[in-house]
Design a protein around this ligand. Structure first.
Ligand code: SAH
Length: 356
C-alpha cells in the first residue's frame, strides 16, 4: 500500500497552532485522525507504566518530584515489586512495560540492568525506559540487558528556556538532543516530546519543536500540557515569565491536542500516547479525545497503590486511586467505545521497522 502524505512545513505548523478558526481546527482533528488510521491503523496499544522511584537529584522548576521539594516522602520500589508489576502487565494483556523514575545516581545501572534482564527472561514484554539523563555506559548496559526503547522528552528546544527550567547539575551541561542521537546509535527505539504551555514558550519555538520531531524521525512522541505544581518554583514565577498574550503558548488541553495532531502529521508512523496529563485535566474524555486526534497509545498506571500519590510530578494526576485492574478495564472500555481495537503483541513502532 502506498500513501501520499506531505507533512506540514514549519509555516503550516505555526498556522495550525495559532488558528482561531473553528473550522480550520476541526479540519486538523480530521486530518490527524485519518493519518493515524492510514499509517498505524485502529489498534490502540497499551503500555503498563511503573513509576519505579520518585527520588531525584535534579531541580527542574516544573516538576513536583524535584530534589528541593521536601513535602514528599521518597521511595524506591523493590526489584521484586517491579517484577510483580511486569507479571501483572502480562496478566492484563499488555505488550510493553514502561519503567519511569526521577534521576538518582544512587540507583545503580547494574540494578536496573538486572531487572530488565529478569523481566525479559520471565516474559515477552517489550521494555521502555524513562529514567532521564544517565551516563552513556548505563544506556549501553540497559540496552545490552534487553531494554528496547527509551523515552526522554527534550521539553522545549529553546535552549535558553530549557536551561532555565531544567538547571544542569553542578559542573555538567546537558543536551538532551545529543542524548537522543546517542540512544538511537545504541539501538533503542527512541521517543521524545515537549510540554505545551511552559511559561516563556512561544508559538514560534513550539512550531520549531514540532518540526524537530520530524527531523529527529521519532518512533514515539509524548506530549502534554504543562500543569503547574504548587510546590515548584515555576508555579509562582510562571506569570512573570509568560510572554505577551498571542505569543505565549497556552497550557490548555486543546493546545495539547493540537500538538498531538501535528505530531501525527509530521511523524505519521510514530507511536503517540494520549498521555495522563490529558486525563488529569479533562477526565476520561481527555484520553478519548487524544485518541481521536492522532494518538494510538494508552499507558495505564501499574504502580502499586502505596507509591502512586508520591509520584506527583504534577497535582491530582489522573486515576491515582484506581488499581491496575480498574485502570486497565477503564482503558479497554474507552477503546471499544471509540470503535477502535486493542493492540496485541509488543506494538513496536512501524517507523522503526521501515528502517530495518
Ligand atoms: N526523570 C525523567 C522522567 C520525568 S517525568 C526525565 O526527566 O525524563 C516524565 C515527563 O513528565 C517529563 O519529561 C515532563 O515532560 C513531564 N512533566 C513533569 N512535570 C510536569 C508538569 N508539571 N506538567 C506537565 N508535565 C510534566
Amino acid at each position: 500500500m502506498t500513501h501520499t502524505h506531505t507533512p506540514p512545513d514549519r509555516q503550516a505548523i505555526l498556522r495550525w497552532l495559532v488558528s482561531d478558526d473553528p473550522q480550520e481546527v476541526a479540519a486538523l482533528w480530521r486530518l490527524a485522525d485519518l493519518t493515524r488510521q492510514c499509517f498505524v491503523g485502529d489498534p490502540v496499544h497499551l503500555r503498563g507504566l511503573v513509576e519505579v522511584s520518585n527520588r531525584c537529584e535534579r531541580n527542574c522548576l516544573y516538576c513536583g518530584i524535584r530534589a528541593d521539594n521536601r513535602q514528599l516522602q521518597r521511595y524506591l520500589m523493590l526489584s521484586d515489586e517491579i517484577l510483580a508489576c511486569a507479571h501483572k502487565a502480562v496478566q492484563v494483556g499488555f505488550g510493553t512495560l514502561v519503567l519511569q523514575a526521577g534521576e538518582d545516581s544512587a540507583i545503580e545501572g547494574q540494578w536496573v540492568a538486572d531487572i530488565v534482564r529478569q523481566v525479559k527472561e520471565e516474559t515477552d514484554l517489550a521494555i521502555t525506559l524513562s529514567l532521564g539523563e544517565r551516563p552513556d555506559q548505563d544506556y549501553q548496559l540497559w540496552h545490552a540487558a534487553g531494554a528496547d526503547r527509551y523515552l526522554l522528552r527534550f521539553e522545549t528546544g529553546n535552549r535558553e528556556l530549557f536551561d532555565r527550567i531544567h538547571p544542569p547539575l553542578a559542573g555538567q551541561s546537558c543536551d538532551r538532543l545529543s542524548i537522543l542521537a546517542r540512544l538511537r546509535e545504541i539501538g533503542y527505539e527512541v521517543g521524545s516530546g515537549v510540554m505545551v504551555g511552559i511559561p516563556g514558550q512561544s508559538y514560534d519555538s513550539l512550531a520549531d519543536d514540532i518540526d524537530r520531531f520530524r527531523t529527529l524521525d521519532l518512533d514515539m512522541i509524548g506530549v502534554g500540557p504543562y500543569i503547574p505544581h504548587p510546590d515548584t518554583p515555576l508555579a509562582s514565577i510562571g506569570n512573570r515569565w509568560a510572554l505577551p498574550p498571542g505569543e505565549q503558548v497556552v497550557n490548555s488541553v486543546e493546545m495539547g491536542y493540537r500538538v498531538i495532531a501535528l505530531a501525527r502529521l509530521v511523524c505519521p508512523q510514530a507511536n503517540i500516547p494520549s498521555t495522563t496529563a490529558f486525563a488529569t485535566l479533562d477526565g476520561p474524555v481527555g484520553r478519548e479525545l487524544g485518541l481521536q486526534r492522532g494518538a494510538n497509545i494508552v499507558m495505564p498506571n501499574l504502580t502499586p497503590q502505596k507509591y502512586r500519590r508520591m509520584y506527583e510530578i504534577y497535582p491530582a494526576k489522573a486515576a491515582s486511586t484506581e488499581d491496575a485492574e480498574q485502570s486497565c478495564a477503564a482503558a479497554l472500555r474507552q477503546i471499544r467505545a471509540l470503535g477502535r481495537t486493542v493492540g496485541t503483541g509488543r506494538g513496536d513502532s512501524p517507523n522503526l521497522q521501515k528502517s530495518i
